[in-house]
Design a protein around this ligand. Structure first.
Ligand SMILES: [Zn+2]
Length: 689
């Protein structure tokens, strides 16, 4: 889970699993006693011990790819958002207001007869232009027109775009006081390069299904020789995949800091007509760009020149159709779901239309909805409580930094400075953006979403060169997630995650620190994970560590990566410890800081025990660790799990729960002994922060 390399979860997973069923309304406060499986030894499988009874009695709804603590809470937030949308519609808002846009976008999603009636009207101009392409220059222009602000390397960790390249506008690596354009590799419709290059039978089967699906999409749109076109496009995508970096490679900041002048592209990455590409993308006056993956730019640009023009035209046609299929007539939308929802993610059926409509409004007009959400569902008292709680975590982390013995004094001083300048924002942003001039019609879903995508792109373009606004948010308040923004040296804790079961003012301190405390500690720890450590207290990419400090950090983090490599969530498919390392460091640092903050909150008094009917009482420490284990309660379909392992910087939830095996206090809390499956000898437990 999406989202940021630095968020708690991948946005993808949350989106995929969100819906309305079984919204949680905890009758009790603190650890969910009914979810514990007392037949499992905590030292053998802490995830199953914490959640086994819930897993045994829970089935994944047919319209979901997963269900768990985060998705159940997201269900509640979605119901709240649905109420906001319904009220907006009832209030008959004035034209050209955000309230009106909310109501009309929802209506356009629900108006299936208008969708059928409009057919492919919204994308006809694109398809006609593509058909008319005759020269490499015209091809470059069309490719430039597809550029969108649809990637985000460090905040919401999205490295994937089906367009040839993706744009991310964020504070500059070398000048974090101003926004700069980052360009990233793209071009694949399937979720990652592994789906094209992996030789397992499973992936071969997926590729065969993809070929059939792509042919069907061509056929539905009336193109002749659909199977041949599909095969040619997929061969081109395969060639692109061979040029792309892996996710683990993408996460290496030091390899991403490549500032290219606009004039460099034609020599460093020949093939594409770059001046024409940038002109079409509205970037002709931009003098420089950060190029995240230079080798992929070189390789992909060369493919533009070496692949027949007709193949590129089919590539563009398929990509336009796929990008819009969900919003086109039912034959397209159903075909798209059959492949992406069922084959790739494992969900037998689609969510009800009204729930998908809420998701689209949330995604498209997120801040307009979020402003109303925050006003209605997050009181000033709740905000103050959560802010006080974060302050305790920051204090605990500060003490841990001060107590570290392996860091040189100058490095430690900068680390403490970085923690002190961390900008923590709780609940919602101080100011809201609006969607002025975005044209939303009540009967034109596909057109609305095309205009919204362009609106977002222009919003990003206008920010280039502007001073960085360190109070900005990258998540909406109605999102059940949290995020660290390395280039802003800031944290966002949205309102929607600051509710039970994560944060419950009526619950014991032990479970609040184990649940939301570990989450807050996780985000703080990202400040000092493998990526965060590349940025100084000003958000600048700088080597502020001594070589000896870095050597130690490298040694312990490598040990953690090796530990995660041993997990095998699906037969034959291991966690990629390098790919998930930043998140795993954050989880481990989060538990350590939250545990300290919990004990500090006791002021020397013993923690109250929790009486468990028919079982032994739970001590404060046991409640703390159980609350952490229950954060990761989840069931996923195998296809979705496979996609997560391959494309997500976060390890699967059950694996994250086992992080406790590195924490000494967990051993004493549950009397874990050598011989227990999760047991690690003290020397093998990884300690970082
Ligand atoms: Zn994270």
């Amino acid at each position: 889970m999406k989202h940021p390399r630095t968020a708690l979860l991948a946005a993808l997973c949350l989106t995929a699993s969100f819906a309305f069923a079984q919204a949680p309304a905890p009758a009790t406060h603190g650890v969910a006693l009914a979810d514990i499986d007392h037949t499992v030894k905590p030292g053998d499988n802490f995830y199953l011990y914490s959640n086994g009874d819930w897993i045994n009695r829970t089935t994944i709804p047919a319209d979901r790819v997963a269900v768990g603590t985060f998705s159940l809470l997201a269900d509640r937030a979605d119901k709240q958002v649905a109420a906001i949308i319904a009220e907006a519609a009832r209030s008959n808002p004035l034209p050209n207001t955000d309230l009106r846009r909310i109501a009309d976008l929802y209506r356009s999603y629900m108006d299936e007869s208008a969708i059928e009636h409009r057919g492919l009207t919204s994308i006809k101009p694109d398809l006609s232009r593509i058909a008319a392409i005759k020269t490499p220059r015209e091809l470059a222009r069309e490719l430039g027109l597809t550029l969108r602000a649809d990637v985000d390397a460090l905040n919401n960790t999205n490295y994937h775009t089906p367009n040839l390249f993706g744009l991310w506008v964020a504070p500059g690596f070398n000048d974090p006081d101003h926004y700069a354009p980052y360009l990233m590799q793209g071009g694949l419709i399937l979720p990652s390069r592994d789906y094209y290059l992996d030789d397992s039978q499973h992936m071969k089967d997926i590729r065969a299904s993809y070929a059939a699906h792509a042919a069907t999409i061509f056929k539905l749109a009336g193109y002749a020789h659909p199977a041949d076109r599909a095969a040619a496009v997929i061969a081109l995508e395969h060639a692109i995949a061979t040029q792309q970096l892996t996710l683990a490679e993408n996460e290496n900041i030091k390899h991403a800091n490549n500032l290219w002048l606009a004039s460099d592209f034609s020599t460093k990455a020949p093939g594409l007509d770059w001046p024409e590409y940038f002109r079409a993308a509205g970037l002709s006056t931009q003098k420089s760009f950060y190029v995240w993956q230079p080798s992929a730019f070189k390789g992909e640009s060369a493919l533009v020149a070496s692949t027949p023009l007709d193949t590129w035209k089919d590539f563009l046609i398929l990509h336009v159709l796929e990008a819009n299929a969900a919003n086109l007539p039912k034959s397209f939308a159903d075909e798209r779901f059959a492949f992406f929802g069922t084959t790739l993610s494992g969900a037998p059926q689609q969510r009800p239309r009204d729930q998908r409509a809420v998701a689209v409004v949330n995604r498209t007009l997120g801040e307009a909805v979020g402003k109303l959400y925050a006003q209605r569902y997050f009181s000033p008292e709740a905000k103050a409580q959560a802010e006080a709680f974060v302050a305790n975590l920051l204090t605990a982390f500060h003490h841990r930094l001060e107590a570290i013995t392996w860091m040189a004094p100058a490095t430690k001083a900068e680390a403490i400075r970085k923690l002190a300048t961390l900008k923590v924002s709780v609940g919602y942003a101080d100011k809201w953006r609006t969607y002025d001039d975005l044209d939303i019609k009540p009967d034109d879903l596909s057109g609305n979403l095309l205009r919204a995508s362009l609106f977002e792109y222009h919003y990003s373009l206008h920010r280039i060169g502007q001073p960085t606004d360190r109070s900005e948010w990258t998540m909406t308040p109605q999102t059940v997630n949290a995020v660290n923004l390395p280039l802003d040296n800031g944290l966002n804790f949205p309102a929607a995650i600051l509710q039970p079961p994560f944060f419950d003012p009526l619950a014991p301190a032990a479970s609040n620190y184990g649940a939301i405390g570990c989450i807050m500690g996780h985000e703080i720890s990202h400040t000092f994970d493998t990526e965060g450590a590349s940025f100084d207290s000003q958000g600048r990419v700088r080597d502020w560590w001594t070589p000896a400090d870095f050597a130690h950090f490298d040694q312990v983090t490598t040990a953690l990566a090796n530990q995660f490599d041993t997990y095998e969530p699906l037969p034959g498919l291991h966690v990629h410890g390098r790919q998930t390392l930043g998140e795993d460091i954050a989880d481990l640092g989060g538990i350590a800081a939250a545990y300290d903050a919990f004990h500090a909150s006791l002021h020397g008094r013993p923690a109250p025990v929790l009486h468990v009917p028919g079982a032994a009482d739970l001590t404060g420490d046991q409640q703390f660790f159980l609350a952490f284990g229950q954060n990761w309660k989840s069931k996923e379909r195998p296809a979705a799990l496979r996609q997560q392992i391959l494309t997500d910087p976060h390890a699967p939830a059950p694996v994250r729960a086992e992080t406790v095996r590195n924490v000494d206090a967990w051993y004493s809390a549950f009397n874990i002994q050598s011989g227990d499956k999760l047991y690690l000898a003290p020397a093998d437990r990884v300690r970082i922060w």
